[in-house]
Each structure stands twice: as C-alpha cells, then as structure tokens.
Design a protein around this ligand. Structure first.
Ligand code: PLP
Length: 357
C-alpha cells in the first residue's frame, strides 16, 4: 500500500492498454488492428537499412524532425510551422491533451469511438462529456452542437472516419460544429486515405481552432515504425509544441516515412486494393443471415451477430482468425470489428465465421 498512496487516484482506476491477441505467426489471420496487410517491399527496406548505416547512431536526431516535416509540408502544401510530427499519432493525442486538459477541463467526445481519447482525459483529470451516436451509429451532429453549447468544452474530439463505427462527418457538418462553438476541434483522420468523402484539411486555413491528426500506421504500412503528425495553424502549433516530448521521432522512422511519401503509386495501389477488399467483405457480410453490418469509410467493418461476441471472438481465434471484440463499447453489444486484409485472409475469415455462427 505504501507506494500506491502516491499514485494519482485517476490512474489507479485505469487499466493498462492491452489488445487480446496471439503471437504473430504465418498461420495467424490478423485482422484486429486495422493495419495494412502489405509490408514495405524488400528492396525499399534494403535501401533504408543502407541509409541507417550512414546515419550516426551516437548523435541525437533533430528535436523535432525537420526533414520529415519539410517533406510533409511540400506534400500537404502547408508551411512547416503548421505541422508537428511524433512517434505515432497516439503520442500527439497526449501532447494535445497535455496542452489543454487540467483538472475538471471538459472534453466532448462523440461515442462510441477510439478508447484512448477518454483515457488521456482521465489521466489528466479532465471531464469527459460523451455524446452518443444515433441508433444507426452515424454522428448526431445536432446533439454534439447542443451539448457543446451547454457544456462549453475546451476540446471536441471528432474521430472521422471513426473507429470502431466507420462513420464519417461531412465537411459541412464539421463546419457547423466549428461555427456553433468556440472549442478547439481535433479531427483524427487516421483512416482518411480509405474514405470516399473529403478530408477536413481545406478548413484549416479559415479556422485557428482546428487540429487535424494523421498517421503513417494504416495506409502507409508503417505501424511498426511509429510516425504520426498533426496539422494546425502556426500559432496553435507553437503552443502544442511546448508540452511535446522532444526527440521522439528517430532517424530511421523519419527516413522511412520520407521514402514512402515518394512512393505514392505504391501507396495508392494498396489503398485501392484494401478498399476493394473492404467492399467485398461488406457485401459478403450483408448477405449472411443473422448478421447486421454497417457501411464504413475506413479499412475495417463492424458487424453485429446474434451470438455472444466474446464467445464468437474465441471461436474465430481457435481457427487462427484474430478480429477485435468491440462489444464493450457503448451501443455495440454483440459486435465485432474486422479489418480488410488480403483476399485470402478475407476468405479465411468468412469461412471461419460461417462455421461458428
Ligand atoms: C482512431 C485512431 N487514431 C489513431 C490511430 C493510430 O495511432 P498511431 O499513429 O499512434 O499508430 C489509430 C490506430 O489504431 C486509431 O484507431
């Protein structure tokens, strides 16, 4: 007990992050973390390893990775001062919350959504204001606006396209939320490359309260190397940089992200493939009796069955098919999430699912 009394009460009630999983193996059909099914091609990896040999390992990287930010600035047609890069976008969620949330600060979060936003608010002893989705799981924009006007949150977190529902806000809807409030608006676009609807990036020029978050972990196949970035107007970026942990982007990951930005054809081809697989998976699930699936602007789908989700999850895992049990999220009872993989992985998943329904 002696050491526990020094741990913040807000931390003691939390659980550490864990993903129900199985060790990676060639047999495992891994469809649980919305990753890209394709690794970086071998010749690109070799080129990067050569580069790693040339970089001095005894020297610190830039405090903030200037070459990566320069490449992003050219790619996104933004000033470098509008971009902050980090060791994954999860790090930037902490950075933003560190700059904004203290004890009692209100943060509005439409739910169900990515669990980490709530968790960080709790770590910072802020107050989460949840706004439920409509019954069809679309964002309830009117409720978001009404709640924001009543509660006056410092920050509104919009994960769009949203995990785990796959739903997305239109630019008009985000504009309405911006105009109806004076909160900071964080739009997490981790899955934007898979969406048929446009990014909120064009709104950045006219809104100094907007932050857009992106990642290399999904469309860019780089989850293992950890690169994420945010975009905001320079004045806001300058404030967000203050609490940021320095040196979190290592030279190797930075070089990999820069290299991938020059391989747009490869990335686009993979996005096209993943979107086709997602669409085929959606149709296959829609045709199955006893399953309700939801359209998705991401590389994954959720589906509700008549079975207990935890039991179905374990049954699929017994066939080496790893999906995500999202049934503990609000409004997602009896629901599992599966990401689009290769055609062979989709077939294996559908076969196992049919067997265990
Ligand atoms: C909503 C959301 N944001 C961001 C991320 C990516 O985080 P990172 O860039 O740290 O890999 C994920 C990945 O699961 C996600 O689902």
């Amino acid at each position: 007990m002696s050491f526990l009394k020094h741990i913040k009460p807000s931390i003691r009630t939390l659980d550490a992050y864990s993903v129900k999983s199985k060790p990676l193996s060639p047999e495992l059909i891994k469809l649980n973390q919305n990753e890209n099914p394709f690794d970086i091609p071998e010749e690109l990896k070799s080129g990067l390893l050569e580069e790693l040999r040339r970089i001095p390992w005894n020297r610190y990287p830039d405090v903030f990775p200037s070459q990566l930010i320069e490449s992003l600035a050219v790619d996104l047609q933004l000033p470098m001062e509008s971009i902050i890069a980090a060791n994954g976008s999860n790090e930037l969620m902490y950075t933003i919350m560190m700059a904004v949330v203290s004890k009692g600060t209100k943060v509005l979060i439409p739910v169900p959504t990515f669990f980490l936003y709530e968790k960080i608010v709790e770590v910072m002893e802020g107050e989460v204001v949840r706004v439920p989705a409509r019954p069809d799981l679309t964002f309830d924009v009117d409720a978001i606006i009404a709640t924001a006007r009543r509660e006056r949150p410092a920050l509104i977190v919009l994960n769009s396209p949203n995990s785990p529902t796959g739903q997305m806000l239109s630019a008009g809807e985000v504009q309405r939320i911006i105009e109806a409030t004076d909160s900071l608006i964080l739009v997490d676009e981790a899955y934007i490359e898979f969406a048929d609807m446009p990014s909120m990036l064009p709104l950045l020029a006219s809104c100094d309260r907007l932050i857009i978050l992106r990642t290399f972990s999904k469309a860019y196949s780089l989850a293992g190397l950890r690169i994420g970035y945010l975009m905001a107007q320079p004045g806001l970026c300058a404030e967000l940089l203050k609490p940021k942990i320095p040196f979190t982007v290592n030279n190797y990951s930075s070089a990999a992200a820069i290299m991938l930005m020059k391989k747009k054809e490869l990335i686009f081809e993979r996005i096209r493939y993943v979107k086709e697989q997602k669409s085929a998976l959606y149709h296959a699930l829609s045709d199955m009796d006893g399953i309700k699936t939801f359209s998705s602007q991401t590389n994954f789908l959720i589906f509700r069955t008549e079975r207990n989700a935890a039991v179905l999850f374990e049954s699929l895992l017994s066939e080496n098919v790893l999906v995500r049990d999202v049934s503990s999220y609000p409004q997602l009872e009896r629901t599992l999430r599966v990401n689009a993989g290769t055609e062979a992985e989709s077939s294996a998943f559908l076969k196992a699912l049919k067997k265990h329904l």
